[in-house]
Design a protein around this ligand. Structure first.
Ligand code: ATP
Ligand code: LTN
Length: 327
């Protein structure tokens, strides 16, 4: 029996290299090993200010990119979170057994609510209860994510444990699966901050749909430092970040990469890295163009995902409603 894997991405903007290297490329590479469920978590994207027309567009772009990156709808159930209303039903039930203290400790909440004070939405605070619902609804065993999501997956596990303790064995306890190379790609403009969809700066991230010339330009401007040698040293975050991206895309070891760049300068590092990034993204961009020229295909894939998942959703929810005394 294959283990079940679940993961999701917010349609909160254009996907970047961090989303690809930290998450999607592993989903694609391992899809034959798991029973896969991948979601476009649209209801998580509305926890901060957003534009409805842009959200609608982002949802379709994200599904198109899932497919263009190589997720095979025969091996993966792909769907949009709001198309299965039980996610929010279960999230409410979880929010009633999740202590405020657990939610208040989440670093993503602290970062995203910075400066907003009383204006911050209740949804941003209870966000992890919805994420726990996404994962636990499908009795998920493994959750492949980038490093930044480890804390949320662990919270989902704590919620499952608490539920099982209060109402009897109901949920499988999920585990985060985080790869070591490029699990946290940093911003090109500021290598102390995680590359993120919602950054306002132009030179922050490389978009999966960025044209080659733009990719080269952004990399040529990436922040480095005033030293010369090109080695993996976490204390030099700019160079370390570029080398980690190089490592993820080339599949070479750190020693091989350091030997390759010995005696060379940053311009060479940035140029070689741009070649690798462009070569990795070009086929994805080509498939994306083909897929979006036949938009019905995307609708079919999403409808099929919902149909396949329905029995699992019903099984979990029938049990949950009963043990909680709602039925
Ligand atoms: P936002 O800026 O809107 O918060 P985001 O760029 O952080 O979005 P998410 O939708 O939160 O992206 O994340 C989707 C997946 O990509 C998650 O598994 C997350 O861990 C991973 N991920 C996001 N940013 C990075 C990054 N910089 N490096 C590696 N993985 C990342
Ligand atoms: N919170 C995640 C997105 C997300 C997710 C999930 C990831 C929502 N539900 C379930 C894995 C499993 C994020 O901000 N990247």
């Amino acid at each position: 029996m294959k283990k079940r894997a679940f993961s999701g991405i917010k349609p909160s903007g254009s996907l970047h290299l961090g989303n690809y290297l930290g998450a999607i490329r592993h989903w694609v590479a391992d899809q034959h090993k798991y029973e896969n469920i991948f979601c476009v978590v649209d209801q998580h994207a509305i926890t901060v200010e957003y534009e409805p027309a842009v959200l609608r567009q982002n949802i379709r772009e994200l599904v198109g990119l899932y497919l263009a990156c190589g997720l095979d709808p025969e091996q993966c159930s792909l769907f949009v979170q709001s198309h299965i209303p039980e996610h929010t039903e279960l999230a409410w039930l979880f929010s009633c057994i999740t202590p405020m203290g657990w939610l208040g400790r989440m670093t993503q909440f602290k970062e995203k609510s910075e400066g907003l004070r009383e204006q911050v939405s209740a949804g941003l605070f209870t966000y992890p209860a919805l994420m726990a619902a996404d994962i636990l609804l499908y009795q998920t065993q493994e959750v492949p994510v980038g490093e930044d999501q480890k804390q949320h997956v662990e919270l989902a596990r704590d919620i499952a444990q608490r539920f099982n303790h209060l109402f009897g064995e109901t949920f499988v306890l999920p585990e985060p699966v985080i790869r070591t190379v490029a699990a946290r790609v940093m911003g090109l403009d500021d290598p102390t901050k995680k590359m993120s969809k919602s950054s306002a700066s132009d030179n922050h991230g490389i978009g999966l749909l960025d044209p080659p010339a733009l990719i080269r330009k952004k990399l040529s401007r990436a922040t480095t430092d005033s030293q010369r040698d090109i080695v993996f040293n976490r204390e030099r975050p700019g160079v370390y970040n570029l080398l980690s991206i190089y490592q993820a895309l080339s599949g070479q070891s750190q020693e091989e990469i350091e030997a390759h760049f010995a005696g060379k300068g940053y311009a060479q590092l940035k140029g070689d890295l741009a070649d690798l990034v462009v070569a990795a993204l070009e086929p994805i961009q080509e498939r994306y163009r083909q897929l979006t020229s036949a938009p019905e295909h995307i609708d079919q894939v999403l409808a099929q995902g919902v149909v396949r998942l329905r029995p699992l959703v019903d099984a979990t929810m029938t049990c949950v409603r009963y043990v909680m005394g709602l039925r």
